[in-house]
Write a protein that binds this ligand. Structure first.
Ligand SMILES: [Zn+2]
Length: 103
């Protein structure tokens, strides 16, 4: 927010009060959803009239090198055209999941 001094104009004071009210309304409207997003580990971008929520796990997706991201009948990506780095990292080198008892 802005710092108001002795020489602030009435318009600046009014603007500051309106912005404070809008911010309070925004927190009241989105507070519960913001908390849910934080618990999920999502990124929250706050704007004056809304929010943008993003799951950072989307950063772990990349195009499949075997099919150049085209998918189709690619066995490497299952036809999706993308590889999830987190999912592949959780798998062992032999393609089995860690801790699932299969080997
Ligand atoms: Zn592929």
């Amino acid at each position: 927010m802005f710092l108001l001094g002795r020489h602030s104009s009435p318009w600046m004071i009014l603007r500051e009060r309106i912005m404070t009210c809008i911010q309070a309304l925004s927190e009241a409207a989105f507070g519960e959803v913001d908390e849910f997003a934080r618990v999920q580990g999502w990124q929250v971008r706050k704007r004056l009239w809304g929010r943008t929520y993003r799951d950072p796990r989307f950063d772990s997706l990349m195009a499949c090198a075997a099919c150049s991201g085209t998918g189709g009948e690619c066995r490497n990506c299952g036809g999706s055209g993308r590889i999830g780095l987190l999912k592949d990292r959780a798998r062992g080198c032999d393609g089995t999941s860690e801790g699932d008892g299969s080997s």
